[in-house]
Ligand binder design. Sequence first.
Ligand code: PLP
Length: 443
Amino acid sequence: MSECFQLNNHANSELQRPRHYLDYAATAPMRSEVLEAMLPWLGSDCGFGNASTLYFEGRQARAATEGARAEIALAIGAKPTELVFCSGGTEADHACITGIATALRTTRALDKGNRHIVCASFEHHAVLEPVRLLKRLGYDVTILNPDCCGFITEEQLAASITSDTALVAIMLAQNEIGTIQPLSCLVQVVRKASLAMGHKVYIHTDAVQALGKMQLNMRSLDVDTASFSAHKIGGPKGIGAFYLKSGTPFSAPMRGGGQEGGRRGGTQNVAGAIGFATAVRIACNPVYMQEENARICGFRDRIIAELVSGTGGTYSGSNSGSDNNDGYYNGDYHNGGSRNGKGIIRTAVPIKPSDTQNHLSNIVPLLVAGTSSEMLTLRLDEAGFAVSAGSACSTGSLEPSHVLLALGLGKDQANTALRISLGHASSKADIDALLAFLKGYVS
Ligand code: PLP
């Protein structure tokens, strides 16, 4: 994106400079088609009615909302009745976790599968916080650390489930390091454990970063709940949805006028639903997704090939490779070790060229030795680049990323993180400019 953003509240000097937006995992600019589709529903001519009312304006709003619901549900392999609109990914995660836990508390015997929750340590705060809340309310919580490559294993999940486990939450694609979890296998582990326990253990997945990057089918993935957000795929901010498999016990945390089948109270955001569906129609189109993944993956691989001289993890397996400059395994690195000198850039986890099965194509998690994330992102901003120091959702916090610490990195190393994330408007010019800047910065 080489044109200048028209940000009215920016200083003049900043308006003169071309901007390169490289923080799509934080949010994506709204697609023009989305804005166009939403506009008629934001004015006073049509669609302003309350979707719960019986007269014409309400019926119009309801028909549009239900059309949007059907379209999104189809794209994720769910029934329209299984998709609940809400305000975004954070609310969706909260609703799924607290909604299931609360429902089980009232329907299950106190000593059977309703007091224990398992989740991964690299979950987004939108998952970690409701889990922490439940812990304060008396739940036992087991937090699983990923291996140093950023994955939860079937063995560790199997070992964590007890006769009291109510719910497991493992995200599908990680927002800081881009790893895609082997979710189908993890779901199998949960299903097997459920059979052995004689009661169902529910599984929630945060699919916010996966939407539009991977073909999703809730039915075949076999999760019980999943969360989605529109603004990560070029839709509007302030709308998202959760998948709630038919028959899943759920006690709505947000109660009110019975909207969304009593599962999420509040007047529906009709224009938002239309914008969300339009973004899904574009981003989840299988041909578009494949082409876009290939294009973006090419950028990711080029960044790694031209900048990276190793991986920064604590990998200590038998794969003791050397500095092969391919951004993949370098098993001799331990928390930076002796190779932490200025100028060395590594990926925070190993990423194989062209791999879009285990890693999102659009997230490039880097560790830039000899600098601090904060300093580097400020320098990048001055030079016209919008890049995150980790997760934008923790903005304002100078704490090292909990995700990088969970990988086994030390605080010092985690404080050198830079997350580049790409999307639909990312161009070769953006990558050329970024590479030129970073090569100059570390030399
Ligand atoms: N889950 C993940 C993995 C995310 O990356 C984010 C946002 O960064 C969220 C949840 C929260 O989504 P929202 O901003 O729509 O509340």
